[in-house]
Design a protein around this ligand. Structure first.
Ligand SMILES: NC(=O)c1ccc[n+]([C@@H]2O[C@H](COP(=O)([O-])OP(=O)(O)OC[C@H]3O[C@@H](n4cnc5c(N)ncnc54)[C@H](OP(=O)(O)O)[C@@H]3O)[C@@H](O)[C@H]2O)c1
Length: 280
């Protein structure tokens, strides 16, 4: 019985891997925030093991050049695109450059974001608040809009938004960041309905704690922390399966967040206060 179960599971993993490889092969995947963390790992994974042609977009050109070279050394295809989500006047130029290199975008992974550095709302300056909203929301939404218009012309494409489990409920020290992630997940749900009868697919990813520079300064415990490489593999599989939403790690989504999500406010508020009050 155990041998049968293990064989079926191995077959399922093989099939999932093969389907995932087919989905990305020769596709033009545009990744925002590809210079670090999850975006970098996704770019390397998709270009070197799945045969995707990857546009690596971010502001840090030196970091992107290094990642691009390491992908090309391993036989993968990638090029570097300068993109600042806080400067919407540069979006058209960035897209044109990516079209010239690899043609129309098949898959956009809207991954770039910044957080509120673990600070309470009242400790943030107006500039810090603006930066989070500008990057995670305004810039990301305007960029997605431009790419979507192109995808709709061809009636094909896939847009993936990297949101966060932090968007499920308001959390201390995550006020503005969580609000932008909740808004992104909401936007993606609307798009999914509006595009239901088209060949443009919409996927929302909600990661838990992933070991990247973004959370290195956080003081509270990082439950069920995963590496960026593991996260990239999980995200790639979810995209290849055209999932509507994918939240991980499993324990965070199905146990911790489910519990947190449905707690009544009069329990949730004092409980979270007690757990986090040292850092507030
Ligand atoms: N790490 C986690 O625990 C975790 C958990 C849940 C969700 N997420 C989400 O996962 C995604 C990736 O996060 P990460 O942890 O990998 O963060 P990260 O290592 O800090 O990477 C963030 C990326 O965003 C880019 N970026 C920042 N501001 C930008 C701007 N104005 N224009 C263009 N690119 C910009 C950065 O590149 P440049 O600085 O070179 O521009 C960098 O490549 C984010 O959406 C984040 O919210 C992360």
């Amino acid at each position: 019985m155990l041998i049968l179960f293990c064989s079926l599971f191995a077959l399922y993993l093989w099939f999932r891997e093969a389907r995932s490889k087919d989905y990305f092969r020769n596709k033009h995947v545009f990744i925002t925030g590809a210079s670090s963390g999850i975006g970098k790992s996704l770019a390397i994974h998709l270009a070197t093991t799945k045969g995707a042609r990857v546009s690596l977009a971010a502001r840090s050109l030196n970091k992107l050049e290094d990642i691009c070279k390491s992908i090309q050394k391993k036989g993968g295809s990638a090029h570097v695109i300068h993109l600042d989500l806080c400067d919407s006047s540069s979006f058209t130029k960035a897209l044109e450059k990516s079209f010239q290199g690899f043609g129309n975008i098949d898959i956009l992974i809207a991954n770039a974001a910044v957080n509120n550095d673990g600070k309470c709302f009242a400790s943030l300056s107006l500039e810090q608040i603006d930066k989070v909203i500008e990057t995670n929301l305004r810039g990301t939404i305007l960029f997605i809009h431009l790419v979507l218009m192109n995808m709709m012309k061809d009636n094909r494409g896939h847009i993936v938004g990297i949101s966060s489990l932090a968007g499920y409920r308001g959390l201390p020290m995550g006020s503005i960041y969580g609000a932008t992630k909740a808004a992104l997940s909401n936007l993606f749900e609307s798009l999914r309905i509006e595009l239901y009868c088209s060949n443009v697919y919409i996927t929302t990813i909600h990661p838990g704690f992933i070991d990247t520079p973004a959370i290195q300064g956080m003081k509270h415990p990082k439950l069920f922390l995963l590496s960026a490489e593991t996260a990239a593999k999980k995200i790639a599989n979810a995209i290849a399966q055209k999932k509507y939403t994918y939240s991980f790690p499993w324990v965070m989504e199905h146990i911790v967040m489910r519990f947190v999500r449905y707690l009544p406010e009069n329990v949730f508020v004092p409980l979270l206060y007690l757990v986090t009050r040292k850092n507030i």
